[in-house]
Design a protein around this ligand. Sequence first.
Ligand SMILES: Nc1nc2c([nH]c(=O)n2[C@@H]2O[C@H](COP(=O)(O)OP(=O)(O)OP(=O)(O)O)[C@@H](O)[C@H]2O)c(=O)[nH]1
Length: 143
Amino acid sequence: MDIIKVVCGIIFKEDKIFICRRKQHKSLGGYWEFPGGKVEDGENEEDSLSRELHEELGMKVKIDTHFKTVVHSYDNFTIELISYICQFREANYNLTDHDAYEWVLSDDLHKKNLAPADIPIANALVNFNLSSIPPPPTTPKKK
Ligand SMILES: Nc1nc2c([nH]c(=O)n2[C@@H]2O[C@H](COP(=O)(O)OP(=O)(O)OP(=O)(O)O)[C@@H](O)[C@H]2O)c(=O)[nH]1
């Protein structure tokens, strides 16, 4: 069986992380997840993530770094779920594929009904220190 490549964002606003709940009629409807979607042919992972966040949430983020990749087999399909640490910039929260969203602390992620593929990512986030991400290089001011 083919493996579906899916990219998702671990989107931080200060110390909270954005999660959203899939609409009931969708595959894995009712589960909470990190937003993102399938990587299309010819797209790189970052472009795919930016596109999905814009399409599904009207959201802009700064993508920092790859975090963790999980391969998970559901009954009918297998996904490679590739997560990136992101910083929230702005959103109009125009939800197209989800019916709810929340900002939660990493310690509280396990209280939500997360999609099974997301659980190893949520577990790894408990020990994650956001300040471990190096700040972007500052551009020298022109004289
Ligand atoms: N975006 C996203 N998808 C996830 C996560 N975890 C997880 O198992 N998935 C699954 O990965 C698959 C692809 O996600 P998608 O967001 O592109 O789904 P889609 O709208 O194209 O799928 P659909 O129209 O077939 O329901 C879905 O079956 C989804 O349930 C996650 O954290 N984020």
